[in-house]
Design a protein around this ligand. Structure first.
Ligand code: XBP
Ligand code: MG
Length: 262
């Protein structure tokens, strides 16, 4: 039987609720700064999250919501500069401590490290955004807790494609059968399953109504000793939080079935 050797974490929505009060707000500030009358409400942003990647999301918005828009110059360059400005505002918010981690994240990461599990990240957002979040919201040294940070444009195809997980597995030099992914969204789960990874889903506000067929377990949060999680799908026995024992329990329940990966 395969032994669990490493955990591969998504970032946005999984480590922290970065979207509604983080990236979304930063996108809107960048739009205003560029003199655009675009505003992404909490509700619209939830729809736009179907498209992963900030640059890809802006392009999708222009094509579907602003078909009359003409960029000043090259569209790709215009989107890239808007996205850069967005990330500047996002970095300010993270540095100000405005984006706390979700319950149980710090506890689980520390416990995993102490028990000898290797840690990695596979995310759609940029390396700079991940490092800022780890440093300011987790621990000044937290970047070094992760052996691999697979992020953003390091791969051509973003989630739900498996590329970012393939990249992380290759850098870890481990087979998928010895790793567990932690995700918050259907796009993330699809990406992990397509890379043959068993996957724990911890839903966030934007994803709690999605269907997570193929997940090893679906919970509403990782939980804390004084804040029990709710199991939404799967079997965590009597566990009230996700700790390393719970991860091993769900890992040993078996590989994702082929039919569930589609
Ligand atoms: C996260 C994303 C990202 C963030 C914004 O998806 O789709 O695009 O919304 O980050 P996941 P960037 O959690 O599945 O990785 O603007 O840097 O793309
Ligand atoms: Mg996510």
């Amino acid at each position: 039987m395969n032994e669990l050797k490493a955990l591969i974490f998504d970032v946005d929505g999984t480590l922290a609720d970065t979207e509604a009060n983080g990236h979304r707000v930063a996108f809107n500030k960048a739009f205003a700064e560029a003199g655009l009358n675009w505003h992404w409400s909490v509700e619209l942003y939830g729809e736009l999250l179907a498209v992963t990647g900030g640059k890809e999301r802006i392009l999708h918005y222009i094509e579907n919501h602003r078909p009359e828009f003409t960029a000043p110059g090259d569209l790709g360059e215009f989107i890239a500069s808007l996205h850069l400005a967005k990330n500047g505002y996002y970095a300010e918010m993270v540095a100000a401590g405005d984006i706390p981690l979700r319950p149980g994240v710090k506890r689980l990461l520390q416990e995993a490290l102490h028990s000898g599990l290797r840690l990695a990240i596979a995310t759609t957002t940029s390396l700079e955004n991940v490092e800022a979040l780890l440093e300011h919201s987790l621990d000044p040294d937290a970047v070094s807790w992760f052996e691999v940070i697979a992020a953003g444009d390091m791969v051509a195809a973003k989630k739900p494609a498996p590329d970012i997980y393939h990249y992380a597995l290759k850098a870890l030099n481990l087979p998928a059968a010895q790793c567990l992914a932690v995700e918050d969204s259907l796009n993330g789960l699809r990406s992990a399953l397509a890379a043959d990874l068993r996957t724990l889903v911890t839903v966030c506000d934007y994803t709690r109504n999605q269907q997570f067929s193929g997940a090893a377990l679906v919970v509403d949060q990782l939980g804390e000793p004084d804040q029990a999680m709710t199991v939404l799908a799967g079997d965590a026995d009597v566990a009230t939080l996700i700790d390393v024992d719970t991860l091993r329990l769900i890992f040993n329940q078996g590989e994702p079935r082929l039919a569930e990966r589609a």
